[in-house]
Design a protein around this ligand. Structure first.
Ligand code: DX5
Ligand code: ZN
Length: 221
């Protein structure tokens, strides 16, 4: 069956009890971990020591989303810590090909993210170097924002390129994903869905994950 992965974002979890919060999403395909440095985005979350602690206890793989300046310097350590995938921003990386190769050499999947207003076209030749493309569907920095429909044409173009490349690269969307907006993201060609508030904002995160997956699967391009 084709890929249809749900990655709950622990940004919306209770930071005082992260180990238990990871257990609550053990039915997901991976846990999305948002690293913010107060420079690339106007918010500060957590860094390598906390990620190493999460990696030690997580029942599911960790999907790191680095919203930081100078990922060339900081990203490889997250791969070396054992994270399953490490995604850095195109706008922040000085040498994305070199960095993607370093991440893969350290055993992680390499992901490239673009902010809502960043064109995808300049990066499509990099697909052979990547395992995941992340099209941000809100401005990065905070959970609970509204999905930006203006990103859908870019998502469709990215999906075409990913398909033409052979479908090995995951196409992730992140920001404002709900039971309603996941329909449009899936129709546009996304196959990996990050959801923070739509999972942790519910009484039963496991049921929320299953419902999101079922809705996405029903509308995938
Ligand atoms: C935002 C983060 C997202 C965030 C998504 O900058 O990258 O991963 O947690 O949260 P929701 O799903 O609530 O928009
Ligand atoms: Zn994220």
């Amino acid at each position: 069956m084709s890929r249809c992965d749900i990655h709950p974002s622990i940004l919306s979890a209770d930071f005082s009890r992260l180990a238990q919060e990871l257990e609550r999403i053990c039915g997901a395909d991976a846990a999305h971990v948002d690293v913010m440095d107060n420079h690339f985005v106007p918010n500060l979350t957590l860094g390598l020591p906390v990620v190493e602690s999460l990696q030690a206890v997580s029942p599911i793989p960790l999907d790191l989303h680095l919203m930081i300046e100078d990922p060339d310097r900081w990203a490889p350590a997250y791969a070396e810590a054992g994270c399953a995938s490490v995604t850095f921003h195109a706008e922040a990386a000085a040498a994305p090909i070199k960095l993607a190769r370093e991440l893969r050499a350290a055993g992680a999947k390499a992901g490239l993210a673009v902010r809502p207003a960043t064109p995808i076209e300049p990066y499509l030749d990099l697909l052979p170097e990547l395992d995941m493309l992340l099209v941000m569907t809100v401005e990065p920095g905070f959970g609970g924002q509204k999905f930006l429909d203006v990103t859908l044409p870019k998502l469709r173009r990215a999906a075409q390129a990913v398909k033409a490349h052979g479908g090995t690269v995951a196409l992730q969307v992140d920001g404002g994903i709900t039971e309603e907006t996941i329909v449009r993201a899936a129709e546009a060609g996304a196959d990996t869905f990050v959801a923070g508030s739509a999972v942790y904002g519910k009484d039963d995160p496991g049921a929320a994950i299953a419902a999101l997956r079922e809705t996405a699967r029903a509308h995938m391009a």
